[in-house]
Design a protein around this ligand. Structure first.
Ligand SMILES: [Cu+2]
Length: 455
């Protein structure tokens, strides 16, 4: 991870505004900072304006602003970007300021903000500030509240932030295409009093999904439900950074869903409370304990927990959402002895692969040839071998000795003696079991439907 301050120095010379607007206009526009890497950038404390505690955008960054006559000015540039989904795969997406998702916008309740949006896409766009209370004319719905932002033009949105909470931004123009291409970002409104809702670590990410055929790089934009890449901030495991914290710290995770299906986000280890919804913060008396929270389409959820030492998996609980693109349309072969059949089929169809007759864990360990620019279906390695996960999966890594503000991956957890599952090698008592029903020819031929159609 690079410190954002270092990044600012490096990016200081970049000025993108001039290409999209007239020379006179460019002088008035705030700098459009760009960032093309996928490493988590830790935002610095706000250099001016009301103080707040910045969030850490997973594999993302926060957009710097300029203060002009008491107004916070941001500059978003909608443009094609290249995003590394995970090492080994890059996607041609659309995003903002060099990345998909775009940078997180962070400001404070009561702030007057002005957001310039420059359109460098090949078609019109607009930006809707999802969940933010604002004048109707600033709501960004093409045709309803504004004309589209034409190619090459810059629009200006200006409003006062009324309520703290977790929000998002995305286009309201050719939405199905533009969201399928990755145009979205987080919009965080911090409370006026930085001590209110204070936590030690505050993470945020957006659930998104793509349909990118193995071997290609551009999403299919007409896919309605059957996406094959399930991502957090346009990253798939093992490309998703861990959530790092120190034992005992209060940790918040904010999740927004801009996919076309719901995601039950499940965290192992500490129980959490849902503390924030689309409408703002939940009063303490109304919070309830959970280990899974379902995030519906278009929703935002914030949850908090007290960190307990360990390596805790965090993932979407729809198991096909923790897989990458390969592996769809595979028949279930558990219990079928297909050794002879497989040999014959391989002769006819060279790329035919037999999927596990004993389950599919072996897939996670074998290195099969896959097309270029494609992620293995199940991947990732931990201290005990193959993890066999992809997609919407990461790890909450809590240690006793993490410094404040340190988000570096601390490596695998060292389990204290007596707290680690291990193989039993003692004597086995004799077991008596009821006889299993005899399998006849019919039951062996049963094959589960596998077409992946319709969900
Ligand atoms: Cu999911």
């Amino acid at each position: 991870m690079t410190n954002r301050r270092t990044f600012f120095r490096a990016a200081g010379a970049t000025f993108l505004g001039a290409a999209a607007v007239s020379r006179a206009g460019a002088a008035l526009l705030p700098e459009a900072v760009i960032q093309t890497g996928a490493a988590t950038q830790i935002p610095p404390a706000p250099p001016n304006g009301r103080p707040f505690n910045p969030i850490v955008t997973l594999n993302g960054w926060s957009l710097p602003w300029r203060m002009k006559d008491g107004v916070k000015e941001f500059h978003l540039v909608a443009e094609p970007v290249v995003r590394e989904i995970a090492p080994g795969m890059k996607a041609n997406l659309w995003g903002y300021n060099g990345s998909s998702p775009g940078p997180t916008i962070e400001a404070v309740e009561g702030d007057r903000i002005r957001i310039f949006v420059t359109n460098k896409l090949p078609e019109v766009t607009s930006v809707h500030w999802h969940g933010v209370m604002l004048p109707s004319g600033m709501d960004g719905v093409t045709g309803l509240t504004q004309p589209p932002i034409a190619v090459g033009k810059t629009f200006m949105y200006e409003f006062v932030l009324q309520r703290p909470g977790t929000h998002m931004y995305h286009p309201h123009a050719d939405e199905m295409v533009q969201m399928a291409m990755g145009m979205m970002g987080l919009f965080i409104i911090h409370p006026k009093d930085p001590k209110q809702y204070r936590v030690d670590r505050d993470f945020g990410f957006i659930l998104n999904a793509y349909d990118i055929e193995p071997g290609s790089a551009t999403p299919k934009v007409n896919t309605m439900l059957d996406f094959n890449l399930w991502t957090w901030n346009s990253r798939a495991f093992p490309g998703i950074d861990p959530f790092v914290a120190r034992t005992g710290e209060r940790v918040r995770i904010r999740v927004g869903n801009l996919t076309m299906t719901n995601h039950p986000i499940h965290m192992h280890g500490p129980h959490f409370e849902v503390t924030g919804t689309d409408g703002g913060w939940v009063p303490k008396s109304a919070r309830w304990p959970e280990v899974t929270t379902d995030v519906a389409v278009g929703q935002m959820r914030a949850f908090e927990f007290d960190a307990i030492a360990g390596d805790w998996a965090i993932h979407c609980h729809k198991s096909h959402h923790t897989m990458n693109a390969m592996g769809h349309d595979v028949p279930t072969m558990i219990g079928v002895d297909h050794r002879d059949v497989a040999k014959k089929i391989t002769g006819l169809v060279p790329d035919y692969m037999v999927m596990g007759d004993k389950g599919m864990h072996d897939m996670a360990e074998m290195e099969m040839p896959i097309p270029d620019n494609t992620l293995p279906m199940m991947t990732g390695t931990g201290p005990f071998g193959a993890i066999g996960m992809g997609g919407m999966f990461s790890v909450v890594k809590v240690r006793d000795d993490i410094a404040r503000g340190d988000f570096k991956d601390p490596g695998p957890y060292q389990h204290s003696p007596g707290t680690l599952a291990s193989e039993y090698t003692g004597e086995m008592p004799p077991t008596t079991r009821a006889a299993a029903p005899k399998a006849d020819a019919k039951t062996l031929k049963v094959r589960k439907p596998s077409g992946h159609e319709g969900h």
